[in-house]
Ligand binder design. Structure first.
Ligand code: HEM
Length: 430
């Protein structure tokens, strides 16, 4: 390799511009072009100080290698792109940490495995089986409501949004009355780059103002979950909220900030992600009536729909890692302390791993996608996400004979968690 591969300014801007993520085909074109030339390439700001330079990693093999090598590629101190240096400074001043929330995704070994172990068993299929009946009832109610409102509905607003939100709230013991607040708070944390989702016009604010809003959302979450934990210590149940509230690490309860971070990661990680994958699959099937009819006729394709939905949408679009030592990757010399973006959208559309990657194919096999990540931080909720999606698709395929697009679908403007924010569909009941 001769010299460092640096992306030209206009391409680099697209990589960190939330609006570029609202234009899916254009985004995939950008990643395809970058991957073909420079699967590991430097992204530098053309306005000095706007963000720290980082390495963009777009090939499947390199994203897999980095994800699995948790000793060389650390999550701490900056696991996601905070585009603005000011944001990090604000956070340091407010909390003493680079991040406003310290949670599983911020920790590395030796703390990370200890914290992860606390809830790992709870999220395994054997334990989740106890939720199945409840999930079936919730899916049935959701589809009932959708069909009552039909034949045309915004699938995101009526189905793919509320269903996983209720699931996550249920496992955390948050009553339906508080759900809307939780959703607003999540969107202020994750959707702050999209004016429709943040509900606060953050688009036009300065970085400091955005961070203040996010910090406010974090504080509200912290207060809410401190009260919830207190309740679960007095009256433990079999929900995950009780596991966290009563957990001991090295014989000690979690410090309040870490406990809040644990609740916040579970509360926020599980709904917009699952919603985006569910909506993406319905969009693909609505555009392809033949495939919808095939999956209706053949129940064995159900797990394939779920897996392909998650690959095809890759709702967690990136995470960041920091190199613990000098390392060669993708022909580039990465130095100790360098920052890397592992881009799941790009990796999951790498044609070297997925033939015809833009095609939604419920029968795709193998489908070893990276949408849940890999290695020590691989998604803790992946079995839950698969289970709830499978149960919802079962209900839809059973009750809906045909589905077609009924207007323009729109994607969120967000570099981190992204996906459809509206999806008008027309349903023909079975
Ligand atoms: C971590 C994706 C649903 C909880 C992650 C990561 C990804 C991801 C990419 C980081 C992996 C890595 O760094 O290697 C997704 C997708 C979902 C989904 C695509 C839905 C389709 C859920 C659900 C929950 C959840 C339903 C729980 C209710 C978590 C937690 C982590 C995590 C707690 C942090 C794990 C750690 O750092 O050890 N997820 N997720 N996720 N996810 Fe998910």
């Amino acid at each position: 390799m001769s010299g460092t591969a640096v992306l030209p300014g206009d391409v680099a801007r697209r990589v960190i511009d939330p609006h570029a993520y609202a234009q899916w085909d254009g985004l995939l074109d950008t990643f395809d072009a970058i991957r073909a030339e420079t699967p590991v390439a430097k992204v530098q700001p053309d306005t000095p100080g706007l963000f720290e330079p980082f390495w963009l990693v777009t090939s499947y093999d390199d994203v897999m290698r980095i994800s699995k090598d948790n000793a060389t590629f650390l999550n701490n101190p900056r696991p996601v792109v905070f585009s603005f240096n000011q944001a990090i400074e604000f956070s340091r001043a407010a909390t003493g940490s680079n991040m406003l929330v310290d949670s599983l995704v911020v920790f590395d070994a030796p703390i990370h495995p200890k914290y992860r172990k606390l809830t790992q068993e709870w999220f395994m299929p054997r334990n989740l089986a106890q939720l199945e009946d409840e999930l079936r009832a919730l899916a049935a109610r959701t589809v009932d409501r959708m069909l009552e409102q039909g034949p045309e509905v915004d699938f995101v607003k009526e189905v793919s949004g509320p269903y996983p939100l209720r699931v996550v709230m249920q496992i955390l013991g948050v009553p339906p009355a508080d759900e809307f607040r939780m959703q607003m708070l999540t969107q202020q944390l994750f959707g702050g780059q999209d004016k429709d989702l943040s509900g606060s016009g953050m688009e036009n604010m300065t970085p400091e103002q955005v961070v203040q809003i996010v910090a406010g959302a974090v504080q509200t979450f912290e207060d809410y979950f401190a009260a919830l934990a207190e309740d679960r210590r007095r009256n433990p149940t079999d929900d995950v909220a009780s596991v966290i509230a009563n957990a001991l690490v090295d014989g000690q309860p979690l410090p309040p900030r870490d406990m809040a971070g644990y609740y916040i990661i579970v509360a926020t990680a599980g709904h917009d992600t699952t919603s985006a994958s569910t909506a993406g699959a319905m969009q693909a099937l609505a555009r392809d009536p033949g495939q919808y009819a095939r999956v209706r006729a053949d129940g064995s394709l159900l797990p394939g729909i779920v897996e392909e939905a998650i690959r095809w949408t890759s709702p967690v679009q990136h995470f960041m890692r920091t190199a613990a030592e000098d390392v060669e990757i993708g022909g580039q010399h990465v130095k100790k302390g360098d920052w890397l973006m592992i881009n799941y959208v790009a990796a999951n559309h790498d044609p070297a791993q997925f033939p015809d990657p833009r095609r939604f194919d419920a029968a795709r096999s193998p489908n070893r996608h990276l949408a849940f990540g890999a290695g020590a931080h691989q998604c803790l909720g992946l079995h839950l996400a698969r289970l709830e999606m499978r149960i919802l698709f079962e209900a839809i395929l059973d009750r809906v004979a045909a589905v077609e697009p009924a207007g323009e679908a729109k994607r969120a403007s967000s570099t981190f968690v992204g996906g459809l924010k509206t999806l008008p569909l027309k349903f023909t009941p079975a």
